[in-house]
Structures are given as structure tokens and as C-alpha cells.
Design a protein around this ligand. Structure first.
Ligand code: NDP
Length: 449
């Protein structure tokens, strides 16, 4: 297995996020390979770590002053063994091939856990929507989709949102797809409610994260009621994680953006959360503005702090990293555990470095990897695809109940797979093993393709 990592490093130099994601999986699937020699014979790992297809393209667009900019667009189609490619689009200046390959690789396992038939993909651009006018974002999305539309379709590859891609961007992308292909299909998920979207899709990743955390707590006969919680981020996932925690009686102490974080000792209640929602989704403001309205709270800038992130040094019972990859390092992990945190449930993709995960596993706290705990978003995207195919709309309760059932099932699948391979209670091992076995078995059934 070390040879596989060496081979990847030789062929794809500099893709550190991708190596990290592959290494995390490799650390946990060795007992599976030992029990199934056919997986090694058929080069399952080699095939799983090589994308089926990568598309890279130029996206030129004009700003409001008529200046021309050139960004780069990507789609990494990682694996379609169990269903059509499915995964988000990310618009952020940090986007590059390494980040998208790690995200697409994670997506393969996550989608396999949802119980729905979806392969894994990820895409996006180094375009930064922050500070751009609606018209500039629209022009960018239209040019991006003009090229992407040649490679996707409702039965082949169905993108959705991620960092920097919300309902506004999905609308612009969908409008252009419809125009150039002359078809109204469920080619994107996360659509607006009036034009094919599903109820609960915006809430699904955050709600699912909290449903998963509740399942973990139930294994030690506890609930979220009265628990203090740290949340990072103030985007889609963070906002809906906070909303569900508040509904279940937990107390949210922190939220953040890429400039800093707020700490509210009295707790961010429903009314305060509504203020943050308006601030972020309508005014597109900064989290710092929270203290202008709620002066009892504290604001700390985090931009220049590389060594550790002070948000993770606060005393609390639970932590929900919901911003971005690698936001918790080893020192942050030790701070969390030393300050009383007994549960970490990842809303973001790979927010914890490998060394941080080892701290959680060594100290035996409840730790949920994102590929399990944040799978609710793509699961409800799968439900949106089902509704689009049937041309039906399910009620809010119906979608929410299905989401709850899916998160419960993912939780049980992780526990069972971990126990079967001698790793009881290790959700990371369980998620990796269960996803791996499902996808690899399908690949083997379908021959060397
Ligand atoms: P949003 O763009 O809605 O929000 C992202 C939040 O994280 C913002 O508050 C942003 O701050 C902050 N953030 C982003 N990058 C950084 C950084 N480098 N340092 C500090 N803060 C940062 O994205 P989502 O909420 O949709 O996604 C958040 C995470 O959840 C991502 O890892 C994504 O892959 C994952 N995820 C999302 C799903 C979904 O359904 N949306 C599904 C599954 C996983 P700022 O505004 O200042 O940039």
C-alpha cells in the first residue's frame, strides 16, 4: 500500500491534500485487503485512486467595468461504479486539482454510505464570488457552464453546491445549461424550490450532521440537550448545524468566517441565528458585525494565526468544524479534548488533519469523519434527483424523515463495519471500510474498465 502512495506522489507531485485523503483511507482498509486477496489482485486501490476522467478548461469573463479575467474550471469524475457521478462545485481562490481530487475521492466513499446509487465527483473554479456583483457572478457562471454542459447530464454527472456555490450560483448555472442543451432536467441539485428543488436540501448537510452526532451520543445514553457546542464557519453547513443544535436544546457558543470568530457566552439563540442568516445570505456581510448588534459577545480575528486556531481552545462539550479542510491541527485537537470536548462531528470535508484524528481516537472521544456525518447533503440531493425523475415534490416532513433514516443507517453501517474488522467504536475506520467494500465490489463485478 505504501507503494501506491509512492506511485501517486511520483505521478502527481505536489497534491498534498489528495495524498492526505488517500493515506487516511489506506490506514484503515488494510484488514479488508488481507481478508479479500481478490481486491489486491484486481488492483482495486490503484483503480480507486485514479480518477475516471478529469476535465480542465478556461473560463474568461468580463467584470462590470469591462475588464477581462481568466479563471480555470475543473470537473474531477472520480468513480462511477455504483451510480452516475455526483458531487459539488466549489468556487474559491484556493481551488486546484489537488483539493478537487481529495474532495472527489472523499465523495466516492460518502455517496456509497448514503444507501443511494451515486458515484463520486467534484469540480469548481478558482473564481472568488466574494466582493463580486450579482451580474459578475452570473457572467462567470454562464461561461463556466457553457463548457461544463458538454460533460454532464442527469444520467451521467450531476453537480451541486459547495463552498461559494449556493442557490444563486446554482440558478445561474442551471439557466445556462437549460439554454445550451434545450432541456429542463435534474442536471444540478440544490435548485430553487420553484424550479425543481427539494425541500430540506439547503438544511440537509447541517441537520444531517446533528442527527449523526445525536446517534453517536445515544450510544452513551446522552443527548444534545444542555450541551455547549463550538461551530466554525457561518455558511450553509454551519448555519443549519447551529439551527438543529438549538432546536434540540444545545447551546451554540461560536461561529466564524475566514476573518475571525465570535464567542457568545449566553449562546446564539434562534433570534441571533436569524440575524447571522440575514447577514450572510442577504447582506453578504462579515461575522464581525454580530458584535455591533450583540455587544455581550466577543470577536477575535484569526487570519494571521497559523499555529493554532483559538476557536478550538474554548471550553465546551461538542465541536462541529463546518468551514473548510485542515482547520483543526494536532494542537487544536489537544486543546479541544483538554477543554472538555467529548464529541467532534465534521460538517466540512476533512477539517481535521490526520494527527488531530489520532488525538481523538487515542483519547477515545466520539469522532465522526465528514464522509459519514456530512453525507446528509448529498443524500437529500439524491432525493431531489428521485423527485425530479418522478416529477413529484415530497413534503418537508417526508424529506426530513428520510434524511433522519439515512443518517441513522449510515451511523449503524459505520459501527457494524468497524466492529467486523476489530475497530469497535472507530467511525473513521467504519466509514472507510463500508464505503470501500461497496464500491470495490461493484468495480470487480463490472470487470476491468
Ligand atoms: P459556504 O461557502 O456556505 O461557507 C463556508 C464557510 O466557511 C464560510 O463561513 C467561510 O468564510 C468559511 N471558510 C471558507 N474557507 C475558509 C478558510 N480557508 N478559513 C476559514 N474559514 C473559511 O460553504 P458550505 O457551508 O457549503 O461548506 C462548508 C464545508 O462543508 C466545506 O468543506 C464543504 O465541502 C462541506 N460540505 C458542504 C456541503 C453542502 O451541502 N453545502 C455538503 C457536504 C460538505 P468566508 O465567507 O469568510 O469565506
Amino acid at each position: 500500500m505504501i507503494d501506491i502512495l509512492k506511485r501517486i506522489k511520483r505521478r502527481d507531485p505536489g497534491e498534498k491534500e489528495f495524498y492526505q485523503a488517500v493515506q487516511e483511507v489506506m490506514e484503515t482498509v488494510k484488514p479488508v485487503l488481507d481478508r479479500h486477496p481478490e481486491y489486491r489482485q484486481d488492483a482495486a486501490l490503484e483503480r480507486l485512486t485514479e480518477p475516471e476522467r478529469i476535465i480542465m478548461f478556461r473560463v474568461p469573463w468580463a467584470d462590470d467595468q469591462g475588464n477581462i479575467h481568466v479563471n480555470r474550471g475543473f470537473r474531477v469524475e472520480m468513480n462511477s461504479a455504483i451510480g452516475p457521478f455526483k458531487g459539488g462545485l466549489r468556487f474559491h481562490p484556493s481551488v486546484n486539482l489537488s483539493i478537487l481530487k481529495f474532495l472527489a475521492f472523499e465523495q466516492v466513499f460518502k455517496n456509497a454510505l448514503t444507501t443511494l446509487s451515486m458515484g463520486g465527483a467534484k469540480g469548481g473554479s478558482d473564481f472568488d464570488p466574494k466582493g463580486k456583483s450579482d451580474k459578475e457572478v452570473m457572467r462567470f457562471c454562464q461561461n463556466f457552464m457553457t463548457e461544463l454542459s458538454r460533460h454532464i447530464g442527469p444520467s451521467s454527472d450531476i453537480p451541486e453546491g459547495d463552498i461559494g456555490v449556493g442557490t444563486r450560483e446554482i440558478g445561474f448555472l442551471f439557466g445556462m445549461y437549460k439554454k445550451v442543451r434545450n432541456e429542463f432536467t435534474g442536471v444540478l441539485t440544490g435548485k430553487g424550490l420553484g424550479w425543481g428543488g427539494s425541500l430540506i436540501r439547503p438544511e440537509a448537510t447541517g441537520y444531517g450532521n446533528v442527527y449523526f452526532a445525536s446517534e453517536m451520543l445515544s450510544t452513551i445514553n446522552e443527548t444534545l440537550e444542555g450541551k455547549t457546542c463550538l461551530i466554525s464557519g457561518s455558511g450553509n453547513v454551519a448555519l443549519h448545524t447551529a439551527e438543529k443544535i438549538i432546536e434540540l436544546g444545545g447551546k451554540v457558543l461560536t461561529m466564524s468566517d475566514s476573518s475571525g470568530y465570535i464567542y457568545d457566552e449566553e449562546g446564539i439563540d434562534r433570534g441571533k441565528l436569524d440575524f447571522i442568516k440575514r447577514l450572510k445570505n442577504i447582506r453578504r456581510g462579515r461575522i464581525k458585525e454580530y458584535i455591533d448588534k450583540y455587544s455581550e459577545a466577543l470577536y477575535t480575528e484569526t487570519e494571521s494565526l497559523l499555529d493554532y486556531n483559538p476557536i478550538w481552545a474554548q471550553r465546551a462539550d461538542c465541536a462541529f468544524p463546518c468551514a473548510t479542510q485542515n482547520e483543526i491541527n494536532e494542537k487544536d485537537a489537544s486543546n479541544l479534548v483538554n477543554n472538555g470536548v467529548r464529541l467532534v462531528s465534521e460538517g466540512a470535508e476533512m477539517p481535521c488533519r490526520l494527527e488531530a484524528i489520532h488525538v481523538f481516537l487515542d483519547r477515545k472521544i466520539l469522532y465522526a469523519p465528514g464522509k459519514a456525518s456530512n453525507a446528509g447533503g448529498v443524500a437529500v440531493s439524491g432525493l431531489e434527483m428521485a423527485q425530479n425523475s418522478m416529477r413529484l415534490n415530497w413534503t418537508r416532513e417526508e424529506v426530513d424523515n428520510r434524511l433522519k433514516m439515512i443518517m441513522k443507517s449510515i451511523h449503524q453501517t459505520c459501527l457494524d463495519a468497524a466492529a467486523e474488522f476489530g475497530e469497535s467504536g472507530n467511525y473513521m475506520a467504519g466509514a472507510n471500510i463500508a464505503g470501500f467494500v461497496k464500491v470495490v465490489n461493484a468495480m470487480l463485478d463490472q470487470g476491468i474498465v
